[in-house]
Ligand binder design. Structure first.
Ligand SMILES: [Zn+2]
Length: 255
């Protein structure tokens, strides 16, 4: 995935340019029924790529994008509908400067060092269209997996605005859990999907009375697959899959 760049040079957080090193990622959604990226993201007048970007994003005729000094909020990325109706990701701030994304809680703010998070907004629609939800969800998972790899972050450091608020480092908002809930998902599901992309394997330590078919059943895989993944480490598995020892650490597909 290659995110298009349309930096919001006119936004106050871009001008403030407070430096940050990310320690995690916050997932937001916009809280208004408008899935188009052009609502929030428009190039500056002097952006050398202005024409191409407007073609890609579409033109906001209301002049109310977030590329204005009077808008006291920002995000590093936006996910939503491009002009052609497809779902895409646009980077709106460099990831080494703070965005004004999550406000402040009683303990402080994840906008700033030493807790600064990369933050992105998903453009909400009416929250009832499964096709749009699935497209932006998958795009968001991919974005997080890439950022985790790039900045050596753990998928467990990906949280929602709501979770950041509960921890005391953000304003009291419900995003994006309220949207996930409509499709019977949670942030735990989201993090698991990010983890699947960053590391498709998980580990299992053999305990007393385990056998391979029991482990396979429990982890929704097959004995043959476990043998294939682990016979380099435990060569006897090939000749005798019936024999496993307590304490062995088996590599399994993450499900
Ligand atoms: Zn939010």
């Amino acid at each position: 995935m290659k995110a298009e760049k349309c930096f919001l040079f006119g936004n106050g957080s871009y001008k403030a340019a407070e430096k940050m090193v990310p320690v995690g990622i916050i997932v937001h959604s916009t809280g208004a029924d408008n899935p188009t990226l052009k609502r929030y993201v428009q190039p500056s007048d002097d952006d050398p790529d202005r024409v191409a970007l407007l073609e890609k994003l579409g033109v906001n005729r209301y002049g109310n994008s977030w590329n204005r000094a009077s808008v006291k909020k920002s995000a590093h990325f936006f996910i939503g509908k491009l002009a052609d109706g497809s779902v895409g990701t646009v980077q709106t701030l460099p990831t080494d400067i703070c965005c004004w994304g999550c406000g402040r809680g009683k303990k402080g703010s994840y906008n700033y060092a030493p807790h600064a998070h990369i933050q992105f907004e998903i453009c909400e629609d009416g929250l009832d269209d499964r096709e749009y939800f699935t497209a932006v969800y998958n795009e968001a998972v991919k974005l997080c997996a890439e950022l985790c790899r790039e900045y050596s972050l753990s998928p467990s450091s990906v949280i929602s605005h709501r979770e950041a608020a509960k921890l005391g480092y953000a304003s009291n908002h419900a995003d994006i859990d309220h949207w996930l809930r409509k499709f019977r998902l949670t942030m735990a599901d989201f993090r698991r999907d990010v983890a699947k992309l960053t590391d498709p394997y998980t580990e299992y330590r053999v305990v007393r009375r385990d056998n391979l078919s029991k482990i396979a059943r429990k982890h929704k895989t097959t004995v043959a697959r476990i043998v294939a993944l682990n016979s380099d480490r435990y060569p006897t598995l090939k000749s005798n899959p019936g024999l496993i020892r307590v304490g062995w650490v088996l590599k399994l597909d993450r499900v």
